[in-house]
Design a protein around this ligand. Sequence first.
Ligand SMILES: C[S@@+](CC[C@H](N)C(=O)[O-])C[C@H]1O[C@@H](n2cnc3c(N)ncnc32)[C@H](O)[C@@H]1O
Length: 242
Amino acid sequence: MTLFMKFWSSVVNALCLPLHVIHALGLYEIYKRIFPIYLYRISICYNKKMHDKKKELFRSLSEFTKPGGRLTILEIGCGTGANFEFYPPGCKVICTDPNPHFEKYLKKSMGENDQLTYERFVVASGEDMGSVEDESVDVVVCTLVLCSVVDVQQTLREAHRILRPGGALFFLEHVAADPSTWVYFFQHVVQPLWYYFGDGCEVIRETWKYLEDAGFSDLKLRHIEAPLTALIKPHIIGYAVK
Ligand SMILES: C[S@@+](CC[C@H](N)C(=O)[O-])C[C@H]1O[C@@H](n2cnc3c(N)ncnc32)[C@H](O)[C@@H]1O
């Protein structure tokens, strides 16, 4: 199966040659303007299908409020702000994303969720959130982001750094399928094309392994089958306590 998979993956890779050239010439940056428009629509569908899962996950957010304080959440790669509706009323939110072209959609989501207080929108990658102080937030949220960051380990180190002791990293991520399945095969075959279509997304990441090694004191992680198209059905959901 491995050779067969590598063969087809190489075929798709070769067909992506024009995209590799566009990327190498720096022209792929134009897609950063288009991606938010397209992600806005996708996020509406995703939230409908994943409503119960997100509700169940974010129900635990309030447990991380310090006594007498207000919950402060920092979201890495917040995109269009698709998670805001699931946050407890009254909490403070710091939004971060390396793509500044999301701001228009973020503002729309903020307007629709005015039960929250938005501190700021920081244009930063998860790997480098230097403007955010150490141990300054109760919760970090990452949904559909660890598949896109360039360096997962560094992003998790940054999340760990900015979390206060006892705070938690909440995650919901699509991941690589079981190697014995056809989904795994097709994930690997389409990956070269998926990367461009998904703005740097890797559908073959074994993200749970990075979370297991990230040095959190407690990891609540479940593998689930999301009610989505086969390639992104395998998900992990949970939170990691600092
Ligand atoms: C599929 S979208 C998910 C957006 C949002 N979290 C959601 O659940 O709807 C992936 C997001 O990750 C962001 N992203 C890409 N590379 C990143 C990086 N290195 N650090 C942080 N975010 C990144 C993208 O700009 C985009 O907003």
